[in-house]
Design a protein around this ligand. Structure first.
Ligand code: SAM
Ligand code: DTB
Ligand code: SF4
Length: 337
């Protein structure tokens, strides 16, 4: 199947609104044509710098503007990051995502430390992803040279609804960072959240923005809002699982080759509900008892779930062999910051 980037909103809305079981059937068919339907990528998140973020994303417990139970911490030490990654890999993660509550990356000893951690984790033979906020071209090139496989930077919702969620940056800033990432040859991981009070048109609008990119993002995380006490979205009621299934299936049909990641919000969902999400085309999860700050199913729970469904963890995309240039760079920059 060829990947289209000329989707109209009307076409995407028509897919989204199909009779539910018909939609799931179509998404499952597209999934099987483009992926091994028995493999699920198991990713692990490490919050390397938690809280104290100057941005005002209304869903986020890490924004310094809201009184949540998150305590702002300094950037973790390199050895700690690498140790946590080792533990996650030992438990079966094949992709490790490092998250920092930064508005943007600053060229500093802190960034050098992150680069060194990326090099070391890449050497363990897994895909390394990170999400550090906005980037310059040069920073993206340095991340690529360090071996970074992917960069996560979500559009979160439609361009129209975005300003109701975040006011400290514009949608265009997000799009610009995605272009910077792509230009540096780093795989794009970009998705959104459902359950923030957006309309169906906003969900379609988000998928439209993603599915019109050439190429499509290689990874599309779909988060269900975790309403966090102290954030402006604390009172949001959970969305019905059918809404999540429609969004996953629509992402799968419009972006057939993407990894569609069932991200935040799984802890509150039953096995039956998660099984339907996999059937509708999700083929990746975050495992481990913590996301960035919120609880999540642990590795053992997920291993049991995958076994029950007859699914197996997907091997990594990356070659284990280390890039010579990366090696030279790592020796050049001190890793004992
Ligand atoms: N600061 C970086 C940024 O904004 O790109 C990276 C970290 S941010 C926490 C990564 C993503 O996590 C957000 O774009 C959002 O989609 C998701 N997220 C954060 N808080 C969430 C919540 N309470 N419920 C669901 N998803 C959430
Ligand atoms: C993504 O889309 N979801 C992950 C990852 N990318 C970085 C983060 C989810 C965070 C959930 C809220 C928390 O743990 O603080
Ligand atoms: Fe900061 Fe990212 Fe949270 Fe927004 S989503 S407040 S940028 S950590």
């Amino acid at each position: 199947m060829t990947c289209r980037s000329d989707w109209t909103k009307k076409e995407i809305r028509a897919i989204h609104d199909r009779p539910l079981l018909d939609l799931i059937y179509q998404a499952a068919s597209v999934h099987r044509e483009n992926h091994s339907a028995t493999q699920v990528q198991v990713c692990s998140l490490i919050s390397i710098k938690t809280g104290g973020c100057p941005e005002d994303c209304k869903y986020c417990p890490q924004s310094a503007r809201y009184q949540t139970n998150v305590t702002a911490t300094a950037l973790m030490k390199e050895e700690e990051i690498v140790d946590m990654a080792k533990q996650a890999i030992a438990k079966g993660a094949t992709r490790v995502c490092l998250g920092a509550a930064w508005r943007s990356v600053r060229d500093s000893a802190q960034f050098d430390l992150v680069l060194c951690a990326i090099r070391q984790i890449t050497d363990m033979g897994v895909e390394v992803c990170c999400t550090l906020g906005m980037l310059t071209d040069f920073q993206a090139v340095r991340l690529k040279e360090a071996g970074l496989y992917a960069y996560n930077h979500n559009l979160d919702t439609s361009p129209e609804f975005y300003a109701s969620i975040t006011t400290t940056r514009r949608y265009e800033d997000r799009l610009k960072t995605l272009d910077v990432v792509e230009k540096a040859g780093i795989s794009v991981c970009c998705g959104g959240i459902i359950g923030m009070g957006e309309s169906v048109d906003d969900r379609v609008g988000l998928i439209h923005m993603l599915a019109r990119r050439t190429p499509h993002p290689e990874s599309v995380p779909i988060n269900i809002l975790i309403p966090v006490q102290g954030t402006p979205l604390q009172e949001r009621q959970p969305v019905p699982i059918w809404d999540m299934i429609r969004v996953i299936a629509t992402a799968r049909i419009t972006m057939p080759k993407a990894m569609v990641r069932l991200s935040a919000g799984r802890l509150e969902r039953s096995l039956e509900e998660q099984a339907l999400c996999f059937l509708a085309g999700a083929n990746s999860i975050f495992s481990g008892e913590k996301l960035l700050t919120r609880p999540n199913p642990d590795f053992d729970e997920d291993e049991n779930m995958l076994r029950l469904f007859g699914l197996t963890p997907r091997p990594t995309f990356t070659p284990i062999a280390r890039n010579k240039f990366t090696q030279l760079k790592c020796e050049f920059v001190s890793c004992d910051l």
